[in-house]
Design a protein around this ligand. Structure first.
Ligand code: GTS
Length: 238
């Protein structure tokens, strides 16, 4: 036992990546138990440490924490990235939940059916540039501060940078209409803990490639229809 949090997940971004980002931004070292096969995942389930037989799971402070949002909130609170009062927490929650709506779409995108890929990408970029990014651009413009809430780094900023970088992987020019977000990206990338996480060789994971998509499908027994359902739900609203 090293006393460091231990993250249990597959060897990819998925829902765990925001947790990695938040720990890294807080300057917390962590270890990872990354499973590669369905058998390894089942062994973890049989061990009884997963409340809902699901990951992400983080061993921290003698607990086996599950449910992504619960884990993130615990880390944000523990490392003082969750505002100074209830009002700041409410703002952080609103920003973080919007960012999660966008990042969930991007997270599912590599799993789109080939014939839906173009349509899904168009939808994601439309949502990013029309619905979500204008909110954060306006927040920075209106209060003229470097960070989204309370004039200091919070969970909302960490999540914003993560999602900006995810969106840029979909479309490199996605920030072209958002000068303050461009500045925010440069500024927040220079924060030493975050900068370290952005360097090659850190515990940051790569986007899913064809090989890892296959692994994830095998581990979680995803079926083709599940992706179709997820993305079609999104597209149906468009
Ligand atoms: N609400 C949960 C959370 O946010 O943590 C959902 C967790 C979840 O669905 N995890 C998936 C899982 O363990 C893996 S992934 O979607 O994060 O890749 N699935 C196995 C199962 O049997 O549900």
């Amino acid at each position: 036992m090293t006393g460091k949090p231990v993250l249990h997940y597959f060897n990819g971004r998925g829902r765990m990546e925001s947790i990695r980002w938040l720990l890294a931004a807080a300057g917390v070292e962590f270890e990872e138990e990354l499973f590669e096969t369905r058998e390894e995942f089942e062994k973890l389930i049989q061990g009884g440490a997963l409340m809902y037989d699901q990951v992400p799971m983080v061993e921290i402070d003698g607990m086996n924490l599950v449910q992504t949002r619960a884990i993130l909130r615990y880390i944000a609170t523990k490392y003082d990235l969750y505002g100074r009062n209830l009002e700041e927490q409410a703002w952080i929650d609103m920003y973080v939940e919007g960012l999660r709506d966008l990042s969930d779409m991007i997270m599912y995108f590599p799993l789109s059916l080939p014939e839906e890929k173009e349509m899904n990408l168009e939808y994601i970029l439309q949502r990013a540039t029309v619905r979500f990014f204008p909110v954060y651009e306006k927040a920075l413009r209106d209060h003229g501060q470097d960070f989204l809430v309370g004039n200091r780094l919070s969970w909302a900023d960490v999540q914003l940078l993560e999602v900006i970088l995810m969106a840029e992987e979909c479309e490199p020019s996605v920030l072209s209409g958002f000068p303050l977000l461009q500045d925010f990206k440069v500024r927040s990338s220079q924060i030493p803990t975050i900068n370290r996480f952005l360097q090659p060789g850190s515990q940051r994971k790569l986007a899913l490639d064809e090989e890892s998509i296959k692994t994830v499908k095998d581990i979680f027994k995803f079926e083709r229809g599940m992706f179709l359902k997820n993305m079609s739900t999104i597209v149906a609203e468009y």
